[in-house]
Every structure is written in C-alpha cells, then in structure tokens.
Design a protein around this ligand. Structure first.
Ligand code: NAD
Ligand code: UDP
Ligand code: UDP
Length: 356
C-alpha cells in the first residue's frame, strides 16, 4: 500500500494523530458543510450553544439562510457561501461534512453533480487537484490542518437490503446503474475515500450512516415522505402513498441524530455507526400517524412507486448503543407534532396558525 499514498500526495501524516482530549470542550473551531440545511442547522445550534466557533459552508442548493439566521451577529458564527466541489482553505479543529443533496427529488435533479459533490469525478487514476471534489476537498482540508473529519453517510449504502435489520457489517445491495445510484454510490465512494485518507494519511475520521430523519426545518417540498404527508395533510390534500404502501422505513427525530453525530465526533471510534430510530413503519402506517396527528379525515391516494425503491429498512443500533452510549429518545408520535407546528407556521404564516 505504501506506493499509493505517494501517488495521491499522502506524504505527510497528521503529526499529532489526535486532537488532545483536554482541548475539546472550549474554543473549538468547527466547520459544518451543509450547515444551512435541515440537519446541519440543528447541529450548528447545539455547537454554538456549547460555546464552539462554527463556520457554516453552504451553497444554498437546498439550504436556507433562515435556518441559521438566529446566529447572525454572534462572533462565534460565520456563514460562507461556497460549493464544496471547489477547494477551501480554513483553519479548524473539526469538520462535519454534510453538504450533499439529500432527498431523492433533489439528488436526482442533477445526478452528476450529486455524485461529484459527495464523492469524486471520473476515476482514481486522474486524481489531482483539478478534478477532485466534495468529500475529497474536505478530507484534503482535514489532512492539511490535522482536523477530525466526520462524514454523514446514509442507510442508502445498504441499497435494497437483503439483511433485516441492517447491521454495519452488511455490505449492501445497491444497483450501480439505477436512478438512485448517484446518491448511493456517491456516499459509498465517500466512505471509501474517508477510510483511505484515514489509512493513508492518518486523518482522524468518523462515519455515520444516517437513517430517515425528520423534524422542523425540513424543506417543505423536498418530496420526502414525511414532509410530503405533513404538508399534504395541512393543505387538505390527499396523502400520496407510492406503490402499495407496504414498504417500510424507520424514522428518527432530528435532535436524536444530532446527539448521535456529536457523540460520534467526540468519541474514540471511527465507525461506521448506524444512527437511526429502530421504530419501523410501513408508509400506510406512517399515513395513519399523520392522520391522527393532523387530520383524521385526510384522504389517501395511491401513486406509482419510484424506481429501485428499497422495500424495507431498519437500523440495528447495537454498535452505537454499546460504543457511543447513544440511542434515540423521541418516538414518531412525539416528534411529529413538533415538525407539524413548524410546517404549519411556514405554510400558513403566524397569523393563520391554529385555523387549520
Ligand atoms: P439538506 O438538503 O437539508 O441539507 C444539505 C445541505 O447541503 C443544504 O444546506 C445544501 O444547500 C448543502 N449543499 C448541497 N450541495 C452542496 C455543495 N456542493 N456545496 C455546499 N453545500 C451544499 O439535507 P439534510 O437532510 O440536512 O442532510 C444532511 C446530510 O445528511 C446529507 O449529507 C445527507 O446525505 C445526510 N443524510 C440525511 C438523511 C435524512 O433523512 N435527512 C438521511 C441519510 C443521510
Ligand atoms: N484541499 C482543500 N483545502 C485544503 C487542503 C486541500 O480544499 O486546505 C483540497 C485540494 O485542493 C485537493 C483535495 O483537497 O483537491 C485533496 O487534497 P490532498 O492534499 O489530499 O491531495 P493533493 O492536493 O495532494 O492531490
Ligand atoms: N413515499 C411515499 N409518498 C410520498 C413520498 C415517498 O409513499 O409522497 C415513499 C417512497 O416511495 C419510499 C418511502 O416513502 O418508499 C421513503 O421515501 P423518501 O423519499 O422519504 O426517503 P428514502 O426513499 O430516501 O428512504
């Protein structure tokens, strides 16, 4: 393996290897790429509240300034409009790398951009400083400044899983030429790059495999099932169930995810770790919970399913429980109302709140 690092320019490993634990709590400088998005902005809230200095790097493809506006004027907060496919020079201690279109509607919009944002363009032989992007740039940054790097990967690396529930040791069942591949394979490649920078250049890395997450600040029209159902019920439109509605997902409230990401970053284990709520629902069951929460009279309308839709998905979180001391605390029926009030406010505005 020793010649590969040379070819990739992996000459100098991080000289200290570790961020001294004693320095952790105070004065950390942290980059959150994708920090103006749904998950990123909640993470930023927690980091700022803890007293860290946070730099958000976001190109606003799906992120919104409103998500982080509460920190404008805070000297510990900075917002940079920047696309991670371009190199970035910063001095930081930790990098949370979230930047990537995340909903199927968004990531299919420009699939080539999706794969290069989250992984690399073309092939490894052509790696040099011109055609490498996204995750690679952030890993290059981590390597240069000796920062710890956390990748937000996804349960999609398991594809349409043949193992249920999914453990981190499962290698997955992904269609490499399908319409979801730009995302699935992009994240799989991002995991590969992350481990290669760890093995080859000594970068301290962490990998989270995030399962379906919901909560306030989700894009209202991102086409994801929870945002669709909630917006539809509030607007008195039918809930659109794709296929027969018997496919399953496991829905995690965003504060649980953020807690897991921070524990992972601060802990001693690389991962990958599944971060998700093992509570599993069919889409028809989810529709029922939305009906109970918003409008018992909401109608259900069946629509054709999308291509390559995974039939079921549920995390095995034994590893995160044991090594991070983490498990989700917010059940779907508790978390959904919190998201509903945010959506109600954004769809109807304050003045109409309560009228629906
Ligand atoms: P989001 O779309 O709300 O946030 C992504 C953010 O990244 C947005 O602010 C967007 O503007 C920004 N972005 C996209 N491409 C960029 C680029 N090239 N340069 C700079 N910024 C860019 O999505 P989210 O749900 O908050 O997801 C955050 C991360 O978590 C993503 O990496 C996603 O793949 C991962 N994830 C999310 C879920 C989930 O259910 N929400 C599940 C699995 C994995
Ligand atoms: N990079 C970056 N910021 C940095 C250091 C590197 O954006 O502070 C980018 C750099 O432009 C390159 C990528 O990260 O495209 C990988 O960097 P690395 O040093 O690992 O590879 P090399 O440049 O030697 O090919
Ligand atoms: N889905 C649905 N109705 C919608 C949107 C999605 O029934 O309005 C289904 C979709 O077919 C999939 C599941 O909900 O089986 C989760 O889809 P989502 O896009 O939220 O997430 P992902 O497929 O990435 O897990």
């Amino acid at each position: 393996f020793s010649s590969a690092p040379h070819r990739l320019g992996f000459g100098s490993a991080n000289p200290t290897g570790k961020i001294p634990l004693g320095l952790k709590r105070k004065g950390l400088r942290i980059v959150v790429t994708g920090g103006a998005g749904f998950v990123g902005s909640h993470l930023v809230d927690r980091l700022i509240a803890r007293g860290d200095s946070v730099i958000v790097v976001d190109n606003f493809f799906t992120g919104r300034k409103e998500n982080v506006m509460q920190h404008f004027g805070n000297p510990n907060f900075e917002l940079i409009r920047h696309d991670v496919v371009e190199p970035l020079l910063l001095e930081v201690d930790q990098i949370y790398h979230l930047a990537c279109p995340a909903s199927p509607v968004h990531y299919k919009f420009n699939p080539v951009k999706t794969i290069i944002s989250s992984s690399i363009l073309e092939n490894l032989d052509s790696i040099n400083s011109t055609n490498v992007v996204g995750t690679l740039n952030m890993l290059g940054l981590a390597k240069r400044v000796g920062a710890r790097f956390l990748l937000t990967s996804t349960s999609e690396v398991y594809g349409d899983p043949l193992q249920h529930p999914q453990k981190e040791t499962y290698w997955g069942n992904v269609n490499p030429i399908g319409v979801r591949s730009c995302y699935d394979e992009g994240k799989r490649t991002a995991e590969t790059l992350t481990m290669d920078y760890h093995r080859g250049a000594g970068v301290e890395v962490r990998i989270a495999r995030i399962f379906n997450t919901y909560g306030p600040r989700m894009c209202i029209d991102d086409g994801r099932v929870v945002s669709n159902f909630v917006a539809q019920a509030l607007r008195k439109e039918p809930l659109t169930v794709y296929g027969d509605g018997k496919q399953t997902r496991s829905f995690q409230y965003v504060s649980d995810l953020v807690e897991g990401l921070m524990r992972l970053m601060e802990g001693e284990h690389i991962g990958p770790f599944n971060l998700g709520n093992p509570g599993e629902f069919t889409m028809l069951e989810l529709a029922e919970v939305v009906q109970e929460t918003i409008d018992p009279d909401a109608k259900i309308e069946f629509r054709p399913n999308t291509e390559d839709d995974p039939h079921k998905r549920k995390p095995d979180i034994a590893r995160a429980k044991e090594l991070l001391g983490w498990e989700p605390k917010v059940a779907l029926r508790k978390g959904l109302p919190l998201m509903v009030s945010d959506f109600r406010q954004r769809i109807f505005g304050d003045h109409k709140e309560g009228s629906n």
